[in-house]
Design a protein around this ligand. Structure first.
Ligand code: GLN
Length: 492
């Protein structure tokens, strides 16, 4: 079959179960596409062809023996922030260019246990800091919809790989939008789960109180399959929550759009810098949901102006602490010929970290320093609580909250926005992480340059099933999620 990359996860699952094709055939098909097409997209940092084929053969044996899961033999790409035993894990950084983890992240281990086949590790902004994937030591990844644009970030490699049909789905992580914004820029569906739903064990830390892994795929249905694997309590992550997981696939039709109360925050649609096409497409999608029976309710989210300053204190503060461990001593990059210990620390970190990462370590260290701790860090924590309360109050009168995922469509590669301009682009995503809420991006059309636009739906705690279900209903009634970039139409 030449069009295996067009099949949804459900179709892949059914095709493998009924032996219409084997996992080896499917895996070879994707590896061939990567070999032919990824030179233009540059989504993969590491392709693990040999291991993938061995996993595929094992999957085929399990399928034959009748002990397969729904996903046995289905290929996946992992964001290069998830530790993979025996395979390089870089987090997009030079400082980890030689790092081979001795263990698998829980998410990776769960994927293996479910029979998933790892195609490789995909590109990202260094330590997940960024919105374009240009902050990667391994170079920029291209947006499959227009190769001179970025795929978003930080999970830009995950988004680009799926949008170019170089993986059927991928893992991502979201500290301040890194699943939702690249999903939006690349026309995909991506879910950021409630904080604590997915284990962070073996997921290289950026800002631990905000970081959360989640699925990126072509549809809510595809995301649901991956959520079934990723979600769940993990004794190795003390912030993962002991709470039963849903069967996200079985629940896909459980929430009706009929009667759904969708909150429209009036502050969100008056943000300076909100692109007219983005606004129009999002409003059209809300109109469609209204036609399907939803009620649109105007709501107030009074803390909107505080999102960016609050996030850009808390995230760098946590990053400055988390990144202390990269010191050139135990693992990772070490400078040449250090003259003493201080020189070793200084040069290993100055040479190993990129500019954005160094900038955030400086800001974070400053915000945490004795004289400024109360004025910046403690204050930001208080405002964080107010932001959370703002959402909880809104959820007293609505079921979900709608917003764009990003104020614009994908930037041009090399646009070189100032840090402040770049940070303002995170306005719609970061509050969700500060509050620990789940949120989903769904593609809802294109701008005048044929770049995808995304609708974000924010849910209350543990509403992943509801969010996936609402988007699934929307995707049954529309076809934006079936559109493919021209490069994805190319055959290998
Ligand atoms: N763009 C945001 C940042 O640079 C979000 C990144 C993320 O979610 N990892 O911090």
């Amino acid at each position: 079959m030449t069009d295996l990359h067009r099949l949804s996860i459900r179709e892949l699952s059914e095709g493998l179960a009924s032996a219409k094709f084997s996992s080896r055939e499917l895996t070879e098909h994707y590896l061939k596409r990567i070999e032919k097409i990824d030179a233009q997209v540059k989504s993969y940092v590491t392709v693990t062809a040999e291991q993938a084929l061995a996993q595929a053969d094992a999957a085929d044996a399990a399928l034959k023996a009748g002990n397969a899961t729904a996903l046995t033999g289905v290929p996946i790409a992992h964001k290069d922030i998830f530790c993979t035993q025996g395979i390089k894990t870089t987090a997009g950084s030079k400082i980890l260019d030689n790092f081979i983890s001795p263990y698998d992240a829980t998410v990776v281990a769960k994927g293996k246990a479910a029979g998933l086949v790892t195609l490789g590790k995909v590109n990202m902004d260094e330590f997940a800091m960024g919105s374009t994937s240009e902050n990667s030591y391994y170079g920029a990844t291209a947006n499959p919809w227009n190769l001179s644009h970025v795929p978003g970030g930080s999970s830009g490699g995950s988004a680009a790989a799926v949008a170019a049909d170089l993986a059927p789905f991928a893992t991502g992580t979201d500290t301040g939008g890194s699943i939702r914004q690249p999903a939006s820029f690349c026309g995909l569906t991506g879910l950021k789960p409630t904080y604590g739903r997915v284990s962070r064990f073996g997921m290289i830390a950026y800002a631990s109180s905000l970081d959360q892994g989640g699925p990126m795929a072509r549809s809510a249905e595809d995301c649901a399959y991956l959520m079934n694997v990723m979600a769940g309590h993990d004794a190795k992550d003390s912030t993962s929550v002991e709470k039963d997981v849903d069967n996200y696939v079985a629940n896909l039709n459980d929430t009706s759009v009929k009667g759904l109360r969708i909150g429209i925050p009036k502050q969100y649609f008056n943000v300076a810098g909100l692109d007219a096409d983005v606004k129009a497409r999002v409003e059209e999608s809300l109109k469609k949901l209204e036609e399907m029976g939803a009620t649109l309710v105007e709501i107030d989210l009074t803390m909107t102006d505080a999102y960016v300053p609050t996030y850009y204190l808390i995230a760098p503060a946590e990053a400055s602490s988390n990144l202390q461990r990269f010191d050139g001593v135990r693992y990772g990059y070490r400078c040449e010929n250090p003259v003493d210990l201080m020189d070793l620390y200084k040069r290993s970190r100055s040479e190993g970290f990129g500019k954005e990462v160094q900038q955030r370590i400086l800001i974070g260290t400053y915000a945490l320093s004795a004289g400024y701790y109360d004025a910046y860090y403690v204050k930001a924590q208080k405002v964080r609580r107010l932001i959370q309360q703002d959402f909880l109050k809104a959820f007293e009168s609505v079921d979900v909250i709608a917003a764009p995922a990003a104020p614009t469509t994908a930037y041009k590669i090399g646009a070189n926005l100032s840090p402040v301009e770049m940070y303002l682009g995170d306005i719609y995503t970061i509050a969700v992480n500060l509050a620990g809420l789940p949120a989903i991006n769904a593609p809802v059309g294109f701008d005048k340059d044929n770049l995808p636009v995304g609708l974000q739906l924010i849910g209350n705690y543990w509403s992943e099933s509801q969010l996936l279900s609402v988007v699934h209903q929307y995707q049954q009634a529309t076809d934006w999620h079936t559109k493919r970039a021209a490069i994805a139409e190319e055959n290998a």
